[in-house]
Design a protein. Structure first.
Length: 406
């Protein structure tokens, strides 16, 4: 559950990842990444009207996020929003005007890659109220923290840490690295495609975050992935990802389109529909975190693909940074703010006041590849023993090329 009201309390005038009425007293808005649950209010008329009334208000984000917003009509920010968008480079501090009490003031902000999805960043605010880090959604493996110089320099210096605690509970103790998940899923798909009648249905539900998987799959199999025109348009301006996708469903056996909508993914006797689902929640709910995959049946596998840090990774992150206080930005269903802070106890952490925010429903595609199909039941009965793979053998993610301006 979302537990963050958007305000960075140390610095009046700043709102992060919330663009709703309550935040309209801010003058500097920050967007950490393009997932809809972090864009609440961004595309509304009331935010647009607020911007029209407030000439000095700006919205800051990473260069990639700005490009995604500008090139993607589905995210639907208004022209007014786009005109106030200011993209900032990663790692370089930029001075931002904010309200400081009744007076105007400035704060320095540094963007740090968050390892969550395309363009996702953390925001480091630094000014007269001390250093404050907002992680947004983030995933850092334990061995990645010490490779990031900016984070290295922050150890023991943070006044407050606004932390992504989506998986801050014992049911999410460890997750495999995403590179391992991609390698395993691609290997499984390759095995299925040895059967020429196989059609592969990909179940990847968030707007962004699976791009390395798409690219690796395309490179390994030499086939493109069929997507809807909506999905395709999400990547306008990112040729290296578009290259792995196609709008022509007849040309490929790899399908990310809505199941049954495309002629190839309709159930017929001359084809074998195989499903790969990439997610982490299934593993948490079924208390299988730490496993690389679950074989639901011979033709249906779920791979543990987490865009958020596991409990072990969060604890390592907090142990390393040693902040004076922590504000949990999400509360898992099995936890409370109090229990979360218990998992993160370091010597002198101050408990933040919990805030009560209504849950913002997920607005992305909500199809289920098995729902309503006769074979789903057969597949469930046919459930084979769940296996566990070792997590060795990392794959190297394709390097992201610089985007062309479009
Ligand atoms: Zn996200
Ligand atoms: Zn298709």
């Amino acid at each position: 559950m979302d537990a963050f009201d958007g305000f960075v309390k140390e610095y009046t005038g700043i709102s992060v990842d919330k663009f709703v009425e309550r935040n309209f007293r801010s003058v500097a808005f920050f967007l950490s990444h393009c997932h809809l649950d972090h864009m609440a209010g961004l595309a509304t008329e009331s935010f647009e009207n607020f911007l029209k009334r407030s000439a000095n208000v700006s919205i800051y984000c990473s260069e990639v996020t700005a490009e995604l917003l500008r090139s993607n009509s589905r995210l639907a920010p208004s022209r007014t929003v786009l005109s106030r968008l200011i993209s900032l480079p990663e790692y370089f501090p930029s001075n931002i005007n904010i309200l400081n009490g009744d007076k105007k003031g400035t704060v320095s902000v540094t963007l740090i890659p968050a390892g969550h999805c395309l363009g996702s960043v953390m925001f480091l605010f630094d000014g007269d109220k001390g250093k404050v880090l907002y992680t947004g959604d983030f995933r850092y493996y334990a061995d990645q923290i010490e490779k990031c110089e900016v984070l290295l320099s922050l150890s023991g210096t943070l006044t407050a840490l606004y932390l992504d605690t989506t998986f801050c509970d014992p049911y999410s103790r460890t997750f495999p690295k995403r590179e391992q998940c991609i390698r395993g899923a691609v290997r499984q798909i390759k095995e299925w495609t040895l059967n020429t009648n196989a059609v592969i249905c990909l179940d990847c539900r968030m707007e962004y975050g699976y791009e390395p998987f798409f690219v690796a799959l395309h490179q390994e199999l030499g086939e493109k992935i069929h997507v809807s025109s909506k999905k395709y348009s999400l990547y306008r301006g990112l040729p290296e990802i578009l290259d792995a996708l196609t709008l022509d469903g007849d040309s490929t056996r790899l399908h990310l389109c809505a199941p049954g909508k495309c002629i190839r993914t309709q159930r017929k006797t001359d084809r074998e529909l195989c499903t790969i689902k990439l997610c982490a929640q299934t593993f948490v709910v079924r208390k299988r975190c730490g496993q690389l995959y679950i074989a639901n049946s011979r033709l249906s596998y779920s791979y543990c693909y987490s865009m958020h840090s596991s409990l072990d990774e969060i604890q390592k992150f907090v142990d390393f940074l040693k902040p004076d206080s922590i504000v949990p930005c999400a509360v898992p269903h099995s936890a409370t703010v109090h229990t979360i802070l218990g998992y993160l106890k370091t010597s002198d952490i101050t408990e933040a006041e919990p805030v009560n925010i209504p849950k913002i429903p997920f607005q992305g595609p909500t199809f289920s590849l098995n729902d309503g199909s006769k074979n789903a039941d057969i597949e469930r009965k046919d459930c084979i023993e769940e296996e566990m793979l070792s997590f060795e053998d990392e794959v190297v993610l394709p390097r992201r090329k610089r985007m062309k301006n479009s």
